[in-house]
Design a protein around this ligand. Structure first.
Ligand code: AMP
Ligand code: MG
Length: 468
């Protein structure tokens, strides 16, 4: 079939990208194709087409591949020019429901933004993004999606020689906080305004006629991101590299690198090998939300009002509201997880006290088993505090809580030891464990024997890596 591409980003935002083609994969082999996602985009793909189009071996008709420019704060330090160092945006497809989606290849070769990198990716990390992003989607969390992973037939050199692969990623857009920072850092107000207008037209159409469209846009991003981070916290997701270039203004989770799910509840949990200070630790994610949005607000100040003092005041007002808005979203997530109907003034204390009571216990299973004390107890080394908390919850949750708990709390998340085992097998050529795990995480509310338990103690501390 032909893919009906539009290329609005390339058309409307000259100066925000470089035009160049992906590297052709020498011997592409399709490892996984997301047929339901393809169908939802209106794509009736033949596997052979997917294999060549999503590996860079051939370009789909209408594609206008580009590498996008962006800047970003990485671990707090600013890089004025990052950009797609190993990704190519093929273009945008319009789904049958009228929604526009980017289709991007990742691991598809060097670009002028590659700096020292080789522009490539190995099978393991690309399958990892596929697996985790599809798990997130099944959990109801806004996220970029994964359309396919194709092995390239090339060798990629990391600590050892690894088989290379390309991921085809689908996103509402790849407009990042860092995209705004790119033009702001250059003091290019005309380009910044063009970018903001493009973004509003794409994600917040209703705002283009608003009184204060750029302030309203800031507000809309705060809403989406506060909801998103609250959802992450609800499922125990740790992104691991919440740099401003990895925060999408669409409100989708993006850039699955060193991310992982927390097992035993500990607010300071960090998996990333380079996050020595715990900047992106589990409990610090809402703080970083505010920090990153402040960086976005700084870029928008010149657009918000011609009077800089007034613009800063208006933006600051919004920034001041983030913590409260996040807390409201978090409480809504917790009410759902606790199976609470309606709102009660005591709910915040009930949720906060659970955080104290469940220290060390498996995050996912504690919620899943709340209504079954016999199954809950073995998750705890010391059940005393939890035993005192439970009757408060039972009194508040009332009838039917067990059913609501099962509907709101997953039984299956991507367990770290199983993710690693599946990726190790796939790297060695055996895709069966990957497909079994993928099937389980795609139906997270179904109790599936063999996919529900945390890592055995012998698995040790889990460490994840960036840019692999
Ligand atoms: P990340 O922290 O994974 O979001 O990546 C930060 C930047 O590094 C982005 O601009 C990526 O495009 C770039 N990058 C990561 N891995 C590679 C690689 N193997 N080759 C070239 N650029 C890379
Ligand atoms: Mg990134």
């Amino acid at each position: 079939m032909t893919l009906a591409f539009d290329n609005s980003y390339a058309r409307d935002l000259p100066g925000a990208y470089l035009r160049l083609a992906p590297d052709p994969a020498p011997a592409p082999k399709l490892l996984v194709l997301n047929r339901p996602l393809a169908a939802s985009l209106g794509l009736d793909l033949q596997p052979a087409e997917a294999e060549s189009w999503f590996s860079g071996a051939a370009l789909p008709p209408g594609a206008d591949p580009i590498a996008q420019a962006y800047a970003g704060h990485q671990f707090g330090g600013f890089s004025p020019q990052l950009g797609d160092g190993r990704a190519h945006l093929l273009g945008e497809v319009i789904a049958p429901d009228g929604k526009r989606f980017d289709i991007q290849l990742k691991g598809s070769g060097r670009t002028p933004f590659s700096r020292g990198g080789d522009g490539k990716a190995a099978i393991g990390p690309m399958l990892r993004e596929y697996l985790i992003s599809e798990a997130m989607a099944a959990l109801g969390v806004p996220t970029t999606r994964s359309l396919a992973v194709v092995a390239t037939g090339e060798t990629v050199w990391r600590e050892s020689a690894l088989p290379g692969a390309v991921l085809a990623r689908v996103a509402a857009s790849h407009l990042r906080v860092g995209t705004f920072q790119f033009f702001a850092a250059r003091g290019d107000k005309a380009q910044l305004k063009a970018l903001a207008d493009y973004t509003i037209a794409r994600h917040d159409t209703g705002l283009s006629g608003a009184d204060q469209p750029y302030l309203a846009f800031l507000d809309a991003v705060i809403d989406r991101q506060a909801k998103l981070i609250a959802q992450w916290m609800g499922i125990g997701f740790i992104h691991g590299v919440m740099n401003t270039d990895n925060m999408a203004v669409s409100g989708e989770t993006i850039d699955y690198g060193p991310c992982a799910f927390m097992e035993g509840y500990a607010p300071g949990t960090v998996f990333s090998s380079i996050d020595h200070q715990g900047r992106y630790a589990y409990a610090n994610q809402p703080v970083i939300l505010g920090w990153n949005i402040a960086r976005l607000a700084e870029t928008l100040v010149p657009l918000i009002d011609p009077d800089p003092d007034r613009a800063v005041d208006l933006a600051n007002d919004r920034l001041q509201s983030i913590a409260g808005r996040y807390r409201t979203e978090w409480l809504a997530v917790m009410r759902a997880k606790l199976g609470l109907i309606g709102e009660d003034p005591g709910d915040a204390a009930l949720a906060d006290d659970l955080m104290t009571a469940m220290t060390g216990a498996d995050w996912t299973l504690t919620f899943r088993r709340l209504a079954d004390p016999a199954a809950l107890r073995p998750l705890f080394d010391d059940f005393t505090v939890m035993a005192a908390w439970l009757p408060r919850w039972q009194a508040r949750a009332g009838d039917g809580a067990a059913r609501r708990i099962a509907a709101a709390n997953p039984a299956v998340i991507p367990r770290n030891h199983q993710v690693e085992a599946a990726l190790t097998a796939a790297t060695a050529g055996d895709m069966a464990p990957f497909h079994a795990l993928l099937a389980a995480v795609q139906e997270p509310f179904v109790e599936r024997e063999g996919f529900m338990l945390p890592a055995p103690s012998g698995f040790g501390d889990y460490v994840t890596f960036c840019g692999t």
